[in-house]
Design a protein around this ligand. Structure first.
Ligand SMILES: Cc1cc2nc3c(=O)[nH]c(=O)nc-3n(C[C@H](O)[C@H](O)[C@H](O)COP(=O)(O)OP(=O)(O)OC[C@H]3O[C@@H](n4cnc5c(N)ncnc54)[C@H](O)[C@@H]3O)c2cc1C
Length: 549
């Protein structure tokens, strides 16, 4: 029996996008993490191509976007045609985010950017190393790792996260089932060079009686991702000739396929684990959920699992949060995976329906229903993952704060574009703390016209140092100043955000003064009145942070 080699805080199993991003997040928190992958080289498969707006925001906040951006391109809308007639359009340009578009980036490009990001943080993937056994104990797990040369290592890990994909070994070793089903259709997918007259800034779906074709432009000037469903009895392989036939049949304009690069024939599944955790071991990404790739959510869900678990494990490993915080990972992420499974299933069935009556109903109902502004807004928000929220989470405040109109604890903290006097622009997100909770102190619509109690502001100013020092995790304070009058004594020594034009107050619905605590992952943990006690209760209570006393 090999002896225990060493002891680490977190073992990340799998270096796909989920594992790479999780490992870099943990490195940012200074956690002693190792990341292994059974493959000896990174994948060359193009696979996932869509990064959604919320993922772009997150990758930017984490400092990981700059390495991905040069290898991709924005996509502003999705158009669906049935028999060459437009039946649906989802336009991302109206979204309330700096990234009001999707982003086409092959999975190799995304992974390359994430690997570089991990490297810059001092991490590296151990390749040709596979997890083969886990034994759980009260304070740690013992993991057996096998290298491709047969070397066996036994490692003590405080926590293990299986990011090892749809066929996850971690999930199997933990005995977690993966219930769900496989869709009937088969799929042909390819990155190909095509000549045709197509708007390259948008994604297109062409449906005809016999099947559908999804197309999105990749960075090369005539390169496209092609994705077509075929009947199970159709034996075609994803070669140039097959795609030429499919384009001739389904695209409403003449098209010539010159060359097919990476290509695949595959089937799709929809499956979700009943639990994301057993003891000290967690699942994230495709190891926990898989679903139809229409309309490109899978990789995004994995990246957001990693972002959610990353700060929680980071704070727990640093001794700044109680282990109870980790229970909120499944409570927050599983409902969103379930929602994604359901919505992608609806998209999938709408797109691939084969019977004549279903197709007629879709073609008649979709234009008026999908085109209604409210439905369109909801669909785009959902697809962009901006409306994903943790309102029912056990670790967000339950306080009913009507001070902030239209905003609730558990929602994504909105970004706001700020224009300074010299005309330059900056964004509210740039003021959010790194690794820290950020407390936005809203004073209301300008101190001169202040309809808040001045005494309250002074009392709060006196207790602000106490808020920062109440828990051992860092809480960064920002006073959002709307009026030109300056701050009352006591508040003027805190970092101020100039909101003279009132844009932040308006976006946060903060006509009166109030407190908004934003978690390190950019979701609102607490909204409350302009007074310290409810926030202090929240910080050391529901927020699960370690109290400084
Ligand atoms: C053809 C195709 C097209 C897709 N298109 C899209 C799209 O447009 N948009 C989208 O969002 N998603 C898309 N997806 C889904 C997307 O590719 C996945 O959601 C994404 O790859 C999941 O990332 P992951 O890191 O969770 O898992 P993976 O990328 O599967 O990575 C898992 C890693 O774990 C490693 N591993 C496995 N077992 C072990 C072990 N025992 N020990 C060590 N390492 C191990 C593997 O080698 C692998 O590198 C597509 C998928 C496919 C197949």
């Amino acid at each position: 029996m090999p002896r225990l080699s060493s002891s680490i805080q977190v073992l990340v199993v799998g270096a796909g996008p989920t594992g790479l991003f999780l490992a870099s997040e943990l490195r940012r928190y200074g956690v002693h993490v190792r990341i292994i992958d059974r493959r000896q080289a990174p994948t060359t498969q193009s696979r996932a191509t869509d990064l959604q707006p919320r993922s772009l925001e997150i990758l930017e906040q984490a400092g990981a976007l700059s390495g991905i951006r040069p290898g991709g391109r924005p996509l502003h809308a999705i158009n669906i045609y049935s028999d060459a007639r437009p039946i649906a359009r989802m336009d991302f340009r109206g979204l309330d985010t700096h990234y009001n578009h999707m982003f086409a980036s092959s999975q190799c490009n995304t992974e390359l950017g994430l690997r570089e990001h991990l490297k810059a943080l001092g991490g590296r993937v151990e390749r040709g190393v596979e997890l083969v056994a886990i034994e759980q104990h009260e304070r740690a797990s013992t993991c057996t790792l096998q290298s491709h040369d047969g070397h066996i290592e036994v490692l003590r890990c405080e926590y293990v996260v299986g990011c090892d994909g749809a066929r996850s070994t971690t999930r199997k070793l933990l005995g977690i089932p993966f219930p769900g089903a496989t869709y009937d259709e088969h799929y042909l997918l390819a990155d190909a060079r095509v000549t045709w007259d197509l708007n390259r800034d948008e994604l297109h779906g062409f449906i005809v009686r016999s099947g559908s074709l999804l197309v999105l432009a990749l960075p090369g000037h005539d390169e496209y991702r092609l994705f077509a469903d075929i009947a199970p009895s159709d034996r075609r392989e994803p070669c140039r000739e097959a795609f030429q036939e499919i384009l001739d049949e389904r695209a409403p304009m003449p098209a010539t396929v010159h060359e097919v690069g990476w290509a695949s024939r595959f089937r799709q599944h929809h499956r979700l684990v009943p639990r994301y955790r057993v003891g000290r071991c967690f699942l994230a990404g495709d190891s926990a959920h898989i679903h139809s790739i229409i309309p490109g959510q899978g990789l995004n869900l994995g990246i957001q699992d990693a972002y959610n678990l990353g700060w929680k494990l980071g704070l727990v490993c640093r001794g700044q949060a109680r282990a109870a915080l980790l229970a909120s990972y499944e409570a927050e992420r599983r409902p969103l995976a379930l929602l994604t499974l359901r919505t992608t299933d609806i998209f999938h069935k709408t797109f691939t329906v084969r019977n004549r009556l279903g197709q007629r109903l879709r073609d008649v109902l979709l234009p008026p229903v999908g085109g209604a502004p409210w439905v369109h807004g909801r669909l785009v928000d959902l697809c962009a993952e901006l409306s994903h929220n943790y309102r029912r989470s056990p670790v967000v405040s339950r306080l009913r704060a009507r001070i902030f109109k239209g905003l609730q604890a558990g929602e994504r903290a909105p970004d706001v574009c700020l224009t300074t006097d010299d005309g330059s622009t900056t964004r509210l997100f740039a003021h959010f703390g790194v690794f820290a909770h950020t407390l936005l102190v809203f004073l209301g619509g300008g101190l001169g016209s202040l309809n808040i109690d001045r005494k309250k502001v002074e009392q709060l100013a006196a207790s602000l140092p106490q808020i920062g020092g109440h828990v051992v995790a860092p809480v960064e304070l920002r006073v959002v100043v709307a009026g030109p009058e300056g701050l009352p004594a006591g508040l003027d020594r805190w970092v101020q955000i100039d909101d003279r034009r009132g844009a932040i107050h308006r976006r946060y619905g903060a006509k009166r003064g109030g407190l908004c605590l934003i978690r390190p992952d950019g979701y609102i943990g607490f909204l409350g009145p302009l007074e310290a006690p409810p926030l202090l209760d929240y910080l050391a209570g529901r927020a699960c942070l370690v109290s400084a006393e």
